[in-house]
Ligand binder design. Structure first.
Ligand SMILES: *Cc1c(COP(=O)(O)O)cnc(C)c1O
Length: 403
């Protein structure tokens, strides 16, 4: 028993924190389940509060488990690039996006982005930020001449926000071209790199300022946590304004979800290799199938952005979509017959997930809006898993065959 507790009453010992006696360094990052951190003495407290010494204070400001996974991901985004970066772990991908945007923009400013963003991000921009005065302009970011014209015409644009490839048609934004325009007009750029992870694509290589991740997807990979990460190369901004806004709006993550993410990250490279190889084989199988009108996969030479994808991505990832001949009914019928793949509205897990947007995620979205973003009645989206590929193909094949 530690010296300070020997003379205490029973109840006081119950209430007092007991520290581990043997503190040999753990091999695996522990879950720091603590809401605050104790100072050695008053002098240490003063130095940490003044900002002269780095140290943890309170769990909402930071925590060793969260900070470790955040820095690991920042190191991966910067890998081989000689660009120092810093990461912050958030409660979700949405929390990371929200904190970034309110840190960079104020009322009267405009975000320039694409129409086919992740649905939650579109709603955050139009339903939460718009009433607060931060406006959004949606255009096709693959039309570079139009991007340049719009940016020149509207000085309120401060941030170009994009996803590449985007859901569900895998359209790609030419990051180098976009950051060139942004630099000329002194705009920030932010890329949502959730679909690729830094193993397949590093937006810093093309001059992007901020990188967003929903760690819920491929980074964790096992579908058992919600989390978000923001990585920035402006260390001053990351350590002051953005960190301050994270702690004041309480968009911080929690140690358990950070720990699960940290665990998942260890096999990221192996999983992404397998996801990509499986998806390529499935895309090639589907492209030859007589009941399929079209396959969207960045790894197919027939994809309209195959060349941009090839320039920016080392492999083409897990995401693909395909259009069934026969529209809505064919889509619903196909989904009824699926046996192995799981019907789930997420992506990035180790098992194959399948979604029919017209009857599932987009059922409440007006048809013309859905069609505008490439989500036709017969479109099916696959997040290809790491199973043995013949089992996934066999499942698709039996669901496509009509007896
Ligand atoms: C899931 C997702 C998000 C939102 O992340 P959450 O962790 O669910 O908040 C943002 N962008 C993309 C591309 C996503 O797939």
């Amino acid at each position: 028993m530690s010296k300070s507790t020997t003379k205490l009453a029973f109840g006081s010992i119950c209430a007092k924190e007991m520290k581990a006696e043997l503190t040999t360094a753990p091999h695996i990052l522990p879950i720091y389940a603590t809401s605050s951190f104790a100072f050695e003495d008053i002098d240490e407290g003063i130095e940490i509060f003044k900002g002269n010494k780095k140290g943890h204070v309170y769990g909402r400001y930071g925590n060793p488990t969260m900070d470790t996974v955040a820095q690991k991901l920042a190191n991966l985004e910067s890998h081989g690039l000689d660009i120092p970066s810093k990461g912050i772990f958030f409660s979700s991908g949405m929390a990371a996006i929200h904190t970034l945007v309110i840190s960079l923009l104020k009322a009267g400013d405009t975000i320039l982005t694409q129409g086919n963003l992740y649905g939650g991000t579109t709603e955050l921009f139009t339903k939460v930020l718009d009433p607060l005065g931060i406006k959004t302009q949606f255009i096709d970011l693959t039309q570079l001449v139009q991007v340049e014209t719009v940016v020149k015409a509207d000085p309120s644009i401060k941030l170009i926000y994009f996803e590449t490839p985007s859901n569900p048609t895998l359209d790609c934004v030419d990051m180098e071209a976009i950051t060139n325009i942004a630099e000329q007009h002194r705009l920030w750029t932010a890329a949502d790199n959730t679909f690729c992870t830094p193993y397949l694509q590093q937006p810093f290589k093309y001059g992007v300022d901020y990188i967003i991740h929903s760690t819920t997807k491929f980074l964790n990979g096992h579908g058992n946590s919600i989390g978000g990460l923001l990585v920035g190369k402006d260390l001053e901004m990351m350590e002051s304004l953005i960190w301050r806004n994270m702690k004041l709006t309480g968009t911080n993550g929690n140690p358990f979800d950070a720990w699960l993410t940290h665990n998942g990250l260890k096999t990221l490279h192996l999983r992404m290799n397998r996801h990509s190889a499986n998806a390529q084989a499935i895309a090639e199988y589907l492209e030859k199938h007589p009941k399929i009108a079209k396959v969207n996969y960045n790894g197919l030479p027939s994809h309209r952005h195959h060349a941009i994808a090839k320039k920016q991505m080392s492999q083409f990832g897990a995401m693909l979509s395909f259009e069934l001949k026969g529209g809505l009914n064919a889509g619903v019928e196909f989904m009824r017959r699926i046996k192995h793949c799981t019907l789930a509205p997420t992506l990035g897990d180790v098992d194959t997930l399948i979604l029919h947007p017209a009857s599932m995620s987009h059922i409440n979205i007006p048809k013309e809006m859905r069609l505008k973003n490439g989500i036709s009645d017969g479109l099916v989206r696959l997040s290809v898993g790491i199973e043995e590929v013949q089992d996934i193909i066999a499942d698709l094949d039996q669901a496509l065959s009509t007896k």
